[in-house]
Design a protein around this ligand. Sequence first.
Ligand code: GLY
Ligand code: MN
Length: 461
Amino acid sequence: MFNRETYISRRQKLKQKISDGIILLLGNVDSPMNYADNTYYFRQDSSFLYFFGLDFQNLAAVIDVESDEEIIFGDDASISDIIWMGPQIALIEKAEKVGIANTKPYKDLQSIVEKAISSGRKIHFLPPFRAENKLLLNELLGLSVSKLKAYSSVELIKAIVSLRSVKEIQEIAEITKACAVGYQMHVTAMKMAKVGVWEQSIAGTIEGIANAGGGMVSFPVILSQNGETLHNHDHSGSLQNGRLLLVDAGAEVGSHYASDFTRTMPVGGKFTQKQREIYEIVLAANNRARELTKPGSTYLSVHLAAAEVIASGLKSLGLMKGDVKEAVAAGAHALFMPHGLGHMLGIDVHDMEDLGQIYVGYDDEIRPVNQFGTAYLRMGRKLQPGFVITNEPGIYFIPALIEKWKAEKINTDFINFDRLDSYLDFGGIRLEDDILVTESGCEIIGDRIPITPDEVEDMMR
Ligand code: GLY
Ligand code: MN
């Protein structure tokens, strides 16, 4: 938890951005694995954490924008809670640590909200993503669950996005810690990637490193020799000589700030010539994207520049053809990179994704591109100092997609389909760093995980 002034100041800035009414922010509740008391790890709602810092279950908060009143709703531990969980600090004491002097029993939330509704006041709430909070909002507001997203407050979403997008120095320090844990996860995977090793034993080991770092993984580990499947969570295979292993994994530390890295390595420790050729193109795209990432540039333009590096590299190998800029404008590169260059990173691995990507990654000036591939870009807007984003280009050979484009004659002016036959069992390569936009450009957060082919081979040795 940060200091009291942090939370007071964040709420103050939030209030200044909302014209009237009340802001209702819900914490999360426990999610049971198989019965109520056997729960998954508790994960607090990130916006609740950002403004109220309290990292435990069954809390809600109301901020009255007009009267300035701020209330946390929750209940003190009962004697049976204390028997099972040990002595607990009173809610008011915890609330004071984040600058809140007013707490009320959770059951009082209903009457406060009802009073606001009956006085015709605006109630600003965020689009809920957990079933329990959908049901709670349905009860509190009398809105059907299917309408909650449409009635959530765009004013509140935009206000929160504008605050959470620009990271404070102390937030960057937390992300840096998460990156240090991520570094250990990835070099461990490199050292373990020997022929015959069970994929799950690597996935489990690196998940343990995240856990031992004080938190947990920032998303379920993606680790696969079928890296062409972008989010492959099947870890049932054993490592086979000559294949590529793609590992996309990160940690969130105790404060919940996250890291997210991808590296791709040759099982057995030595890239083949063919693998190196493709790898070097992805690495060049990653490096080019970093060179171009600076305040004032849009991440959409950086994405397209990375796509040009990929198209140009693949052209030099004879897999693509024609004019590179025209190929990218036509979306031909997306056969090989059918995803965006990156996303915001913060308390969430895809930061603020619950608030709506259109508000997080786009604005009035930069709108999403409705073209296969670039349509998946989560972050396109103009960059500002303090943004933390991922830089994660990739090249994949996805047999089903290649077959489809070939059969439907899509982008035949730019792709040498006949040359792709010998790549159908190649897999995929993605190289992902976490970067901070600075006043003059950007920097990689923490030590860069080994990334050149030689560095990777050295680490694997
Ligand atoms: N690391 C997973 C993703 O960015 O989607
Ligand atoms: Mn990512």
